[in-house]
Design a protein around this ligand. Structure first.
Ligand code: ATP
Ligand code: MN
Length: 148
């Protein structure tokens, strides 16, 4: 059922938590994991000399974030491919899922920039809203209790 699992990561602890869930599933289903980081270049049109440096820094963040999931895969006997793309994170996540026959997306409820008190980060919200692929949203344990 699950042959190829996509883990979008921004290098946050929440995304690492999600990756751990993805590894459990990948081991159980003998699946491959795709780790994807998207350099958010939606603001790169701005007329600033700092932009190339910023994008380079984000590329580096992306390489580290995806490499760390690859290492997690090596420790769990799971094959992990790593990709760093540029664009709008939810757009690239959805495109990657469509282009690579992804069966399941596993991602964090939160990331690096959001407020912990919001229910769900904007990248996850947009992905869940538009995805035709099932999305497993992993909440951090210290963040899991809400009054209903
Ligand atoms: P916001 O960005 O809306 O201020 P946030 O940073 O807390 O809030 P999101 O950015 O939605 O929340 O992050 C939730 C999850 O989305 C992360 O755990 C990660 O799985 C994924 N994600 C976020 N940003 C990226 C990115 N640039 N590339 C790939 N995956 C991402
Ligand atoms: Mn974010």
């Amino acid at each position: 059922m699950y042959n190829t699992i996509l883990v979008p990561t921004d290098g946050s602890d929440a995304a690492e938590d999600a990756a751990r869930h993805a590894m459990e599933l990948a081991s159980a289903f003998d699946a491959t994991v795709h780790a994807l980081y998207v350099v958010d270049n939606r603001y790169a049109w701005a007329d600033s000399g700092a932009i190339p440096v910023l994008l380079e820094t984000l590329e580096e963040t992306g390489k580290e974030a995806t490499d760390s999931i690859k290492e997690l895969g090596e420790r769990n006997g799971v094959t992990v491919t790593t990709t760093v793309e540029h664009g709008s994170p939810p757009r690239q996540i959805l495109d990657h899922a469509a282009e690579h026959g992804i069966d399941l997306i596993v991602m964090g409820s939160h990331g690096r920039t959001g407020l912990e008190r919001t229910l769900i980060g904007s990248v996850t919200e947009k992905t869940v809203r538009s995805s035709s692929t099932p999305v497993l949203v992993v909440k951090r344990s210290d963040n899991a209790v809400y009054t209903v």
